[in-house]
Design a binder for this molecule. Sequence first.
Ligand code: OOG
Ligand code: NI
Length: 446
Amino acid sequence: PSPSTTVPAHELRARFARALSDLYGEEVPAYTTLVEVSQQVNADVIAERGSDAERLGDLARVTAERHGAIRVGTPEELAQVARVFGAVGMYPTGFYDLREAEPNPVPVVSTAFRPLDGDELARNPFRVFTSLLVPEDRRFFDAGLEDRLRTFLAGRRLFPDELLELADRAEEGGGLAPADADRFIALATASFALSDEPVDRTWYAELEEVSSVAADIGGVTSTHINHLTPRVLDIDALYARMGERGIEMIDRIQGPPRWDGPDVLLRQTSFRALSEPRRFREADGSVGSGTLRVRFGEVEARGIALTRAGRDLYDRALGSGEWESLMPRTERELLARGLAFFRFTAVPEKVAAPVSDDLLTLVDEGLLVAEPIVYEDFLPRSAAGIFSSNLTGQGSVDASRDAAVRDAAWMAEVIGRTVHDPYDLYAAQSEASLERAAQALGLPEG
Ligand code: OOG
Ligand code: NI
């Protein structure tokens, strides 16, 4: 196709996000309530606080913003997911080992597929938290169950060949011709719909004994989006309003506490998974009906991205319960102590010789404006909390048995793609802005 008729990756991504949101709204009506209440809260916050409320993302972006979550069973399936998301400009970023999460270990390792750079995020910030089952982890599964899981998973196909071929073509060409784009969106969206294929009741129940996440992944023949999360500017207000609407939320907001200092990282909460009718294959071969509770709605508020040092401090502050006394109360202190990431712009009108070579002095003198870079990723402890608050049982874990070593390098190897390091992405964004600003101020390199 000629470039002018190509639907570019960012437009495919925006359409894909909208199509999934429409689908999930039909499947889980409480999600639609969540989106409505989020939009009301956002409008109220802007009315009250003005453009200051948009410091971490303008209203257009925040309104369109969603993250979803899916769960798959094998590295091959994860590699296919990577092709589908690659077509819409979403790439694996970050590695989360939820098997290590205390007090709620989950037998998965995860990454998030998301746009990498600021311009792409601004166009459409869709991201999908994607978890991969680890059946070889002996703390959860014995060798016999691992074998049967592998056989079951090897026999299913999550994505039709036509979808994967279109995905590859889109990623190679940076987009698709309009008719192919329509087909791609339809096939991709359908792949994440809840299937009405009967669930084998005995098999599902056996897996549920070990972990209900294992059952949701390995007990059915397809994958499905299990929540979709709008972004909100005041999550405490949202939490209260959902309660007023009669929707039962989990008992807390995950992540940092509410306070009057800077918003950092990510705060999340969710409503409990709803009971949904599903068809079951019974032991005698007949098909009956029943319900499963796996899909839920979640909402999040995003804050500034922390550096590694900032993240260490965050973990200590949260773990010790000394949040108020350990965390800096101002963005300026976060910057001064190198705890958070900022984007810099120059104000050349303010230049008066001599120009300092100290970053903080430049900011204090108004020659540089420092704006927070928003956190685009996830938090393993919150993720495990979100998983577990929606599980039916606690499952069984034998901590004395062998874990399989899994890390970002392993994941990159099995999917044949780079797993991007979030810290590197934020640092690159910050450094690039600083270089441009330094040039505009006529400062020497470095
Ligand atoms: C993923 C849970 C984690 C988040 O926002 O931290 C998550 C899942 O339930 O599959 O989505
Ligand atoms: Ni989530």
